[in-house]
Design a protein around this ligand. Structure first.
Ligand code: DAS
Length: 350
């Protein structure tokens, strides 16, 4: 095991093979507070499942230990490998009815969003975790894991792609964010709201599933086409901020910058000048905001933007994506050599 990382091929372990005939749900454990016992000890995915006898009654659960790390240690390459792993399982024999990813809450929204952009098909992908450690009084991990499996099995969840389940609430991966450091209800979707609920009796959705036909969803990006992730940095705007961090990011090789701007995307004059220099050097600047909700629009009708080739410097808006999600989307757009106008349109896609 390298730095807590277990390669997928080595670690496929059928943990609970219960009554045949039940639908299969495949759990991929990556670590996080749900597994954390404190003092550097972590539960495995098998142990998490074994602690919830009810799971055996509702699903044929298989478990795979992908990694066992705090989510701050998750890398872009791990995102890619996780997506590839799910896609391989979808194409294999005995393809699961749904997938559950256990993950640290700190960066859960990013991994779930990546999976939403790169995994297609009908089977839902539910990412869950815990706000309280596995050893804590009132640990929320077991209830979250059970509810995530229930959602993964729910016919009404089919075709809805990647979602996050925390504290009985379901969120679309694109919309969700962690908005509190500690509370059980830390997850919110500031602009779009809760997508559904895992109630004791049933799973309910507040919005209809998109009309997608029998094949359900097409992935926005072909994960196999992503050979490396270009450098994209987030620049935070605040009173008196100077140009140093923008210039340093460009000098370090950034191909894109996301601005966590004030209000609807403003910066200081000094940052603004540095960002213009960056655009001149071929950097794509995507403006988000630091408010926690609301849109920063881009001018999609701008004919000069439409004429720019892939790799050109430009300025675009990130719609309602927060800076960390805007960074992820910009990375994928740049990694797949999209034109600035097409990347700008991606931000508006729901
Ligand atoms: N908050 C946890 C996470 O996001 C940290 C941990 O469990 O170590 O992974």
């Amino acid at each position: 095991m390298r730095s807590g990382l277990v390669t997928a091929a080595l670690a496929v372990v059928p943990a609970v093979v219960a009554a045949q005939g039940l639908p299969r749900v495949h759990i991929i454990a990556t670590g996080g507070t749900i597994s954390n016992l404190g003092n550097d000890a972590r539960r495995t995915g098998d142990e998490l499942v074994a602690a919830i006898p009810r799971l055996k009654e509702i699903a044929r659960v298989t478990v795979e230990q992908f990694s066992n790390v705090a989510s701050g240690s998750v890398t872009q390459e791990m995102w890619r490998d996780l997506a590839k792993r799910i896609i391989a399982l979808q194409a294999g024999p005995d393809a699961p009815a749904g997938y559950v990813i256990t993950h640290g809450t700190d960066t859960m929204e990013e991994t779930a969003f990546f999976l939403g952009l790169t995994v297609g098909g009908c089977a839902p992908v539910i990412t869950t975790g815990a706000m309280r450690q596995a050893s804590a009084v009132g640990a929320d991990g077991p209830a979250n894991l059970l509810n995530a499996v229930r959602v993964a099995l729910a016919p009404s969840a089919r075709g809805r792609g990647s979602m996050v389940l925390m504290n009985d609430e379901l969120f679309a991966a694109r919309d969700v964010t962690k908005s509190n450091t500690t509370r059980l209800n830390a997850f919110t979707a500031p602009d779009a709201g809760v997508l559904g609920l895992a109630d004791p009796d049933t799973v309910v959705f507040h919005r209809a599933a998109p009309e997608t036909g029998s094949t359900c969803r097409r992935a926005t990006f072909d994960v196999n086409a992503i050979t490396s992730f270009p450098r994209v940095d987030v620049i935070y705007a605040s009173i008196g901020a100077d140009s140093v961090l923008v210039d340093a990011a460009v000098a370090a090789g950034a191909k894109g910058l996301v601005v966590a701007g004030v209000g609807r995307g403003g910066t200081t004059p000094s940052q603004g000048s540095a960002l213009r220099r960056a655009r001149g050097a071929g950097v794509l600047v995507a403006t988000s905001n630091r408010t926690g909700s609301g849109r920063v629009g881009g001018d999609l009708g701008d004919t000069s933007l439409a004429k720019l080739p892939a790799g050109a410097g430009a300025s675009i808006g990130t719609a309602d994506l927060n800076p960390q999600k805007a960074r992820l989307l910009l990375m994928l757009g740049l990694a797949t050599r999209m034109r600035p106008i097409d990347i700008a349109r991606l931000f508006e896609l729901r």
